[in-house]
Write a protein that binds this ligand. Sequence first.
Ligand SMILES: Nc1ncnc2c1ncn2[C@@H]1O[C@H](COP(=O)(O)OP(=O)(O)O)[C@@H](O)[C@H]1O
Ligand SMILES: [Mg+2]
Length: 387
Amino acid sequence: MNPSRRLRFTGWPAASQLGCFLIGLAAGRALGRRVHKEADTVPASRQIVHHASEAIISADLGNLIVTANPAAASLFGTSVEQMLGSPLERYIEAPHGSQDGPSEFFGAGDGRAGRRATDYTVTGLRADGHRFPLEGSISRASNGTPYYTVIMRDVSDRQRVQDKLSRSHDQLRQLSAALQTIREEERTHIARELHDDLGQILASLRMDLNLLQQTDGTPTDSLRLMHGMEANLLTAITSLRRIATNLRPRALDEGGLYFALQGLRDDFVERYGIPCALLADEAELRLDDAASTAIFRIVQEALTNIARHAEATSVTMNLFRLNGDLLVTIRDDGVGIRPEDMEKAASLGLIGMRERVWGMRGEISISSETPSGTRVDIVLPVAGHLV
Ligand SMILES: Nc1ncnc2c1ncn2[C@@H]1O[C@H](COP(=O)(O)OP(=O)(O)O)[C@@H](O)[C@H]1O
Ligand SMILES: [Mg+2]
C-alpha cells in the first residue's frame, strides 16, 4: 500500500470545528491574491489562525489557496503572499487525474468524500523542491460553495522513526526465522549422526548377537564374532562421545574455556591435518558460562568454516584481554572470503557468529587478508563475565 495514501481514522473534532470556522470566513472572501482586512471585522479568528503553531491553509474547489498562515508558509519554505492564489499542487503532491478539488489531495476523493475531518499522509513539496511526508486534517464547509481547510503537520521525524522500527522488526523476524532454521538443522544433524553412526553399529551388534546365539560351530567362530562385537562397541562409545561433545563440550564445564579451546584446536589439527596455533593466556579466559559458551561456539564455527571453505595451510587463533575487552582474532591463509559470501541468506554460520557477538554487545568484522586468507576480528566486552 502506498503510504502516502494511507487513511488514518484518528479524527480531530477540534480541528474540524476550526476548519469549518475558517471556511465560513473564506466563503465571504473574493478569491485570489487580494488580501482582505477581516482583521477589522473578525480580529480574534484571524489572530487564532495567524498565531496557530499548526500550518493551516484553505483552498477553493479550483484548488487555489485562499488562506495560509505563517506556520504554513514556514512549513513549505515560502511566504504567505507567495502561497495565496497559488495552486494547491505547488505545495502538496497532486494525485493522478485529480479534478474534484482539494479533498482529492488528501485521498477523500476515492470514495471517502463527505468526511468532515480525516487525517491522511500525503507528500508535501517545499519551495526548494524538497519532498516530505505531510499529515493533514481536511474539513469542508457543509453549506454554500464548498471550501476546504487543511491543518497540516510535517511528519518526517515520525516517518523516520517508523521506518527504523519497521526495519528493526524485519531484522527480528529474519533472526527468529534463522534461529528456527538453526534449531531444525541441528536436530536434523543430530538425528542423522545418531542414525548413521550409532544406529548402524547397534544394528550390526544385534546381527552378531543373533549369529552368536545360533552358532553351534567351533569356539573360534564365537570368539571371532565376539571380537567383532567388541570393536563395534568401542566405535559406538567413541561416536556417542563425539555426538555428546558436539551437543555440549564437557571440557567447557570441566576445565574452562582455555581447556575447551585447546581440545577444539587439537581435534581440528588431528582431523584436517592443518597446523593451528592457539595464542592465549589461561588466566585471561576465566569467564562465566554464558561468555565461555559463546566464544567457544564462535571459534568452533570459524574453524568449521576454515575446514570446509578455506583450503588453508595454517591457522592462528589469538585471544587476549585489553582493559575490559577480550580481543579474538582467527586468521587463515586460505582462498579468502568474498563480500557476497558474507551476505549469503541461506548460510547461518556467519549469521550465528554475528548474533552471538552482538548478543554480548560486542563487535565483529570479517575481512580478507593480504596476500590471502580470511580474518575474523571480534571485540567482546567481558568485564561483567569474569569469574
Ligand atoms: N574461512 C573462510 N574462507 C573462505 N570462505 C569462507 C570462510 N568462512 C566462510 N566462508 C564463506 O562464507 C560463506 C558463509 O559461511 P557460513 O555462514 O558459515 O555458511 P556455510 O559454512 O554453511 O556455507 C561460506 O559458504 C563460504 O563461502
Ligand atoms: Mg559455516
